[in-house]
Ligand binder design. Structure first.
Ligand code: GLY
Length: 593
């Protein structure tokens, strides 16, 4: 798929050198290439394409993810005729080994899957659940005051029942063609033979020594003998290999019941200083849930993704739905375009904070929030010239009382996103997480446990009114993850998503706008310097062309802050052929054939 560049896009490309500098600052290009190019000539070529700003092109199948080892695991499956579902299993198993800080068996995930044979789009919820023993006051002290964020994160209290293993198995049962054990084998081999610690992993260990050092199993794995692992060091993980072997032989029953489940529970409940309340019952009753996809019309496309408990598709959809009636063609360096996107985001985040949570527990006005009439009404608020001086939630149509207080949850960036298209045209877009970098910092059986429960609001009420996203037993914390498939006339044309906490929403919305409005190919779209607004402050990406917007945005009335905005976008555009892009801010690649 190719587009002509608009004026705005051309203007952006004139500042591409500055964007590349920012990417280099976050993830030095030479170090990334050096770390992975020996995997295969195809991997080396894909890294070179990414850093040259060129999409990878293919005819038949493609995969893009955050780590070249994981991409290769998926690509090998696709090359031998496996489905996107098969590739997902192999890729996720490998990702949990080589990028353990972001996702894995101890975490959760959301999947958007297009099945080419039936022409159907399915969304699967593999989100973690709160333990049955959890209460709305889980993250409050004896006086009902919210705990400090990292006091809650590090240890057992934040650990929800993992969903990723069950999701992998469900996906394989529904759409897989190859043998389950065969799909786990490459990660088992890699765990036993070892892999070189990546520059990104080494850097994150270096910066997190104090928290990683609190728990002996975690400290010993990431800082053997007290010394943090360095980039390039060969790392094996025999415990992870053993866990995967148990799953290969016994399915995920071997994970959710028996010795592995007991070890998870003992680790959570025994976490020194901050024990949790997870039980073997929580693990044994865990279920993946199929949810209705949330789709919003934008520029004659349908942008489809994951509904509650994720706020991803609803918030991305609200932003795009409000922008539908505005002309954004002036491109990413136009302050007026940024005002429109920024205030549409603020309005969407106001609704998100009030209404979005696990719809199995609280009534969520899902249809009302993305109703075209409602969004057109909200879009009228964007008609001025300056930043909105006040932003409040709207009143979407709904047949329940909507008396919720505004949310107070904190989300910090981590997570991973991958996209896969197989030879039959099946498409997978999956965002996968253990929440914070290194999750709860608790490690068991070769994998880290999530801290997903801190995606709940720590406050349960405000002024006596309950908060929709409060903790409740068995409930799934609200997410920002936005795995997306964009459809045109019922057929997928783009699969995309990103990590980044609640900034995921801005990263995904901007990239879709870059592709559809600014005419950029997928690699250009992912490389656009970020400007993200959630709650009022306009964050512009440090050391990039986005900083040039600061003066004009300040004059419009925004508070502007410059900071690293390390998205991890991966995307595949599907047209006559396939085009893949990988975020230059991280270590990933796209590979295809
Ligand atoms: N923990 C990241 C998210 O679910 O949005």
């Amino acid at each position: 798929m190719r587009h002509l560049l608009t004026t705005g896009a051309a203007l952006f490309l004139a500042t591409a050198a500055a964007a590349q500098q920012a990417a280099d600052a976050v993830q030095p290009e030479a170090a990334t290439q050096g770390a992975f190019e020996a995997i295969s000539p195809e991997v080396a070529a894909a890294l070179e394409a990414k850093f040259a700003g060129t999409p990878v092109e293919a005819e038949t199948w493609m995969v893009a993810a955050a780590n070249p080892w994981a991409v290769k695991a998926g690509a090998d499956v696709l090359a031998k005729g496996g489905t996107a579902a098969d590739a997902l299993v192999a890729l996720q198993a490998m990702l949990g080994l080589v990028e353990p800080q972001s996702s894995g068996l101890g975490g959760g995930a959301f999947l958007v899957y297009y099945d080419a044979e039936s022409g159907t789009l399915t969304t699967l919820d593999g989100r973690e659940t709160a333990p049955l023993a959890a209460t709305p006051r889980l993250f409050q002290d004896g006086n009902g005051e919210p705990l400090k964020f990292f006091d809650a994160v590090v240890g057992g209290l934040s650990v929800g029942t993992p969903g990723t293993p069950a999701l992998m198995e469900e996906v394989h049962l529904r759409w897989g063609a190859l043998d389950w054990a065969e799909l786990l084998a490459p990660a088992i081999t890699r765990a036993e033979e070892g892999f070189a610690v990546s520059p990104r992993l080494a850097g994150l260990i270096e910066g997190d020594q104090e928290r990683l050092g609190r728990f002996p199993a975690t400290a010993e794995y990431f800082m053997p003998g007290g010394t943090p692992l360095e980039a390039g060091e060969l790392l094996t993980n025999p415990d992870y290999a053993a866990t995967l072997r148990a799953m290969a032989e016994g399915g995920t029953r071997a994970f959710y019941t028996g010795e592995i489940a007991q070890d998870i529970v003992d680790t959570v409940r025994g976490a020194e200083g901050n024990p949790g309340v997870l039980s073997t019952v929580d693990l044994s009753i865990y279920q993946v849930k199929e949810r209705a996809p949330v789709c919003v019309s934008y520029r004659a496309h349908d942008v489809c993704g994951m509904g509650p408990p994720s706020s991803g598709a609803l918030t991305v959809g609200q932003i795009l739905g409000m922008l539908e009636s505005y002309d954004l063609s002036a491109g990413p360096m136009d302050a007026e375009v940024r005002r429109l996107i920024g205030d549409a985001s603020r309005l969407a985040f106001a609704d998100r904070g009030r209404y979005m949570a696990d719809s199995d527990y609280v009534p969520v006005p899902t249809e009302g929030l993305v109703d075209a009439g409602y969004l057109a009404e909200r879009a009228e608020l964007l008609a001025g010239d300056d930043a909105l001086s006040e932003v409040a939630p709207g009143a979407p149509a709904f047949d329940h009382a909507l008396n919720w207080a505004d949310d107070a949850s904190i989300e910090l960036p981590s997570t991973s996103h991958f996209v896969i298209v197989d030879g039959a045209g099946n498409v997978a877009s999956m965002t996968t997480t253990i929440e914070n970098g290194f999750g709860s910092r608790l490690m068991v059986r070769g994998f880290l446990l999530n801290n997903e429960l801190t995606d709940f609001s720590f406050k349960s009420h405000a002024d006596g009114v309950p908060i929709a996203n409060r903790v409740e037993p068995g409930k799934r914390p609200r997410s920002s993850m936005a795995p997306t498939i964009v459809m045109k006339d019922g057929t997928p044309v783009l699969a995309i998503g990103s990590p980044g906490g609640s900034r995921i929403i801005g990263y995904v919305a901007q990239s879709i706008i870059a592709h559809l409005d600014w005419g950029m190919d997928v690699q250009q779209a992912l490389s656009v310097p970020h400007a993200v607004n959630r709650f009022g402050t306009y964050d512009v990406e440090e050391s990039t062309a986005a900083e040039d917007l600061s003066e004009a945005l300040t004059a419009m009335g925004y508070e502007v802050g410059s900071r690293p905005l390390t998205s991890g976008l991966h995307a595949i555009a599907i047209g006559d052929g396939l085009q893949g892009g990988a975020d230059p801010r991280r270590e990933g690649i796209a590979l295809g054939q």
